[in-house]
Write a protein that binds this ligand. Structure first.
Ligand SMILES: *Cc1c(COP(=O)(O)O)cnc(C)c1O
Length: 465
């Protein structure tokens, strides 16, 4: 499989190079040159397979030419063997038509583990035996940081530097990062906001001097391999609910449009999906874009669902690319306009193409809390606020009564236990596998909100590693 950039002028890469590169050199995002197709028979044949084997069948065409099927299988077994539930992403029934797809049984209790555990394996495989060392630098407001650190801790040829805003992530989130003591893990608490930390990371990626000293790599959801890994659970869930002979709808709590884009890919590959519901909180750029073509960034409002407090959804560009007939020049023009004005409008004909598959809803805090209580009272489940945004959108949806609706449960409720307790009166306990999180030693560097200080630290530590 070859990978092309959404902006049309970066070199075409194979799967290995696209995985290691992250962003394309023309500022675009890598996508497969074509969507592989699965026939109804091939999808039916997934019915008896476990998660790792399903993953092999779905991802095989995307890695072709770079990994053999056996190599892919070995990586999938290693990645998904670390999940605490044998089904990896089990389905839970809430009522006669609503289901939860629990994506939080990985090491850090958020759905990002499903993709990052595999990405960690891929990085190690691609770097093994060579003399390239990569330096991963990222900023996190919570979930991405711990999942990325868990995925690469102790791996050879990789150093990871994770910036978090000091005092602005929860104790559980901070400790999940800072108690990982592997020598290749470097946590940095920045005196400043998440946006300050993010801005420093972006500046570092554009810094010629830094780039001449280290090979920088990104693990955020612009990385194609992450999306590829997420396509798997759409097939896995749909097949268990009667697919491909029965269409299924999915409701997806959305921030950066990564997870829901994976659902779009599943549909392009041939999985019958009746609807993909883009569920946002009050930060509703995607809801406005999909209903009115109004793609304009406002200011971020802090909510009880911090992983969705996003104004600009990077992966939306991948959908626009398809809607524009894969015209890289058109996307370069549109995204250029967006970068200049923080706003653009999506042409009506492009939007019409999206409306068949996607619908959307913006869910406020009260509606989210109502959905949390509904899951507790009607479905017997304590869920997390992000999942509750998805469930609220799923329940608001008008869709044929014979179509099962699956809400993606993106985080374990214990990760956001204050908000869960406020809505339900129940304080979810931390799962046993995190048991002594609060007794473990923490290690992290505290730095001022000053770019030069952060850069100097990263370069010095990377050189030592
Ligand atoms: C990252 C995250 C999301 C949003 O996922 P995207 O792929 O960015 O749309 C939703 N819920 C939780 C708990 C997350 O960590």
């Amino acid at each position: 499989m070859e990978y092309i950039s959404t902006r049309g002028s970066a070199p075409t890469l194979d799967f290995r190079a696209a995985t290691l590169a992250g962003l394309a050199s023309d500022g675009g995002l890598y996508v497969p040159a074509k969507w592989p197709q699965m026939s109804a028979d091939e999808i039916r044949a997934l019915a008896g397979l476990d998660y790792a084997e399903t993953a092999v069948r779905i991802m095989r065409p995307f890695v072709e030419g770079v990994l053999t099927e056996d190599e892919l299988r070995e990586l999938c077994r290693a990645a998904y063997g670390r999940f605490s539930h044998d089904a990896v992403t089990p389905l839970v029934q809430l009522d006669h038509r609503h289901w939860l797809l629990e994506l939080f049984h990985g090491p850090t209790l958020a759905f990002k583990d499903v993709a990052l555990q595999l990405l960690g394996q891929l990085f190690e495989k691609f770097l093994a035996g060579g003399d390239t060392n990569i330096t991963i630098v990222g900023a996190t407001s919570g979930d991405t940081g711990s999942a990325a650190i868990e995925a690469v801790a102790g791996r050879e040829h990789i150093q990871i530097f994770m910036l978090h805003p000091e005092g602005r992530v929860s104790d559980v989130q901070r400790r999940q990062m800072t108690t990982v003591l592997a020598p290749n893990v470097h946590n940095i608490a920045i005196d400043g906001s998440f946006d300050d930390a993010q801005a420093m990371v972006k500046r570092l990626f554009g810094d010629e001097e830094a780039r001449s000293q280290v090979t920088l790599s990104a693990v955020n959801s612009i990385n194609w391999a992450r999306l590829m890994a997420q396509v798997v659970y759409y097939f896995y869930a749909a097949v268990r609910l009667g697919g491909p002979d029965r269409a299924v709808a999915f409701s997806v709590p959305t921030g950066n449009f990564g997870d829901v884009f994976a659902g779009y890919v599943a549909a392009q590959m041939g999985l019958p999906i009746a609807k993909l519901v883009v569920a946002t909180n009050v930060n509703d750029i995607l809801h406005r874009a999909l209903t009115r073509g109004d793609y304009s960034a406002g200011t971020v409002t802090a909510t009880a669902t911090p992983s969705m407090d996003i104004q600009v959804s990077s992966n939306f560009e991948r959908l626009l690319f398809d809607l524009a007939g894969r015209d890289g020049a058109a996307i370069t023009g549109m995204m250029g306009e967006f970068d200049r004005n923080r706003a653009m409008s999506i042409p009506a004909d492009m939007l019409a193409g999206a409306k068949g598959l996607f619908s959307s809803a913006s869910i406020d805090g009260d509606t989210m809390a109502l959905a949390l209580r509904w899951a507790q009272e009607k479905g017997g489940q304590i869920i997390d606020p992000h999942s509750a945004v998805g469930l609220a959108a799923a329940r608001a949806l008008e869709i044929d009564a014979d179509i099962p609706v699956v809400t993606l449960a993106t985080a374990h409720p214990a990760k956001f236990r204050e908000a869960v307790e406020r809505a339900t009166g129940v304080r979810p306990p931390l799962p046993a596998r995190l048991g002594n999180l609060f007794d473990r030693e923490e290690r992290y560097e505290r730095l001022p909100g000053d770019y030069e200080a952060v850069k100097a630290f990263v370069l010095a530590e990377a050189a030592r590693g």
